[in-house]
Design a protein around this ligand. Structure first.
Ligand code: 13P
Length: 251
């Protein structure tokens, strides 16, 4: 059945030296914990050192974003081909911080996802409601719409390389977690949208993570929910012991 994936999103934290030290410390702590896939999505400059440090371990390395062009005049951007060249396996697209602070839309998120998949990367596609949408009772409509727009033109075969992360924006970095029931319900709504687009089998197989203040204290309960197949973890992924505790909960 579908894989549980525990992924860290380091955001704009950690230097190459700190990356090497972190992975060297983490690797023995999570050794043999193979009931979930373990991923660290790190800043671009940390990818090379992370790939080196993670070689021969069960830790997989990802990036935090990718541009949709293969090359060209896009100052400050990084292509999927560049990510592959340094050994990147996963990439996050559509994180709410990209949408919120850097003007990304469902259209650009979709383009980035397609470029990453075409290059052979595995995509962690983030989507989620803002507080006003949750309060207005339109969370289901919002995540259904994002799911459909962000996956437009991605075929069933490519979908096998997609993980969806449901990240309620109101829960990110706020210490406010969705209740396990809210996480389960909204991940279920996303799964239903996948069934409409790709059929029941694809919906049963796709990994849908929860993200937003997941930590060593609440992970077990969130992960026990039938529609929650893992976590995308920000703050708690920067601490070896906390991240290991979440991986342990998933195992
Ligand atoms: P926090 O776990 O710090 O709330 O961040 C969640 C997140 O944005 C992961 O992508």
């Amino acid at each position: 059945m579908r894989r549980t994936v525990i992924a860290g999103n380091w955001k704009m934290n950690m230097t190459p030296d700190a990356t090497r030290a972190f992975i060297t410390e983490l690797a023995p702590m999570v050794e043999g914990m193979n009931k979930c896939d373990i991923v660290l999505c790190v800043p671009y400059v940390d990818i090379g050192p992370a790939v080196d440090a993670a070689r021969g371990t069960n830790i997989h390395i990802g990036a935090e974003n990718v541009h949709f062009a293969k090359s060209g005049a896009y100052t400050g951007e990084i292509s999927a081909q560049m990510l592959c060249a340094v050994g990147t396996e996963y990439v996050i697209v559509g994180h709410s911080e990209r949408r919120q602070y850097f003007g990304e839309t469902d259209t650009t998120v979709n383009l980035r996802a397609k470029a990453a998949l075409d290059a052979g990367l595995k995509v962690i596609l983030c989507l989620g409601d803002v507080k006003e949408e949750r309060l207005a009772g339109i969370t289901d409509e919002v995540v259904r719409m994002q799911t459909k727009l962000d996956l437009a033109g991605i075929d069933a075969e490519q979908l096998k390389s997609v993980i969806i992360a449901y990240e309620p924006v109101w829960a990110i970095g706020t210490g406010l977690t969705a209740t396990p029931e809210q996480a389960d319900e909204t991940c279920g709504v996303i799964r239903h949208a996948i069934a409409e687009l790709y059929g029941e089998e694809a919906a049963e197989e796709i990994t849908i993570q929860y993200g937003g203040s997941m930590n060593d204290q609440n992970a077990e309960e969130l992960l026990s929910k039938v529609n929650v197949d893992g976590g995308l973890i920000g703050g708690a992924s920067l601490k070896c012991d906390k991240f290991t505790a979440i991986v342990t909960a998933a195992n």
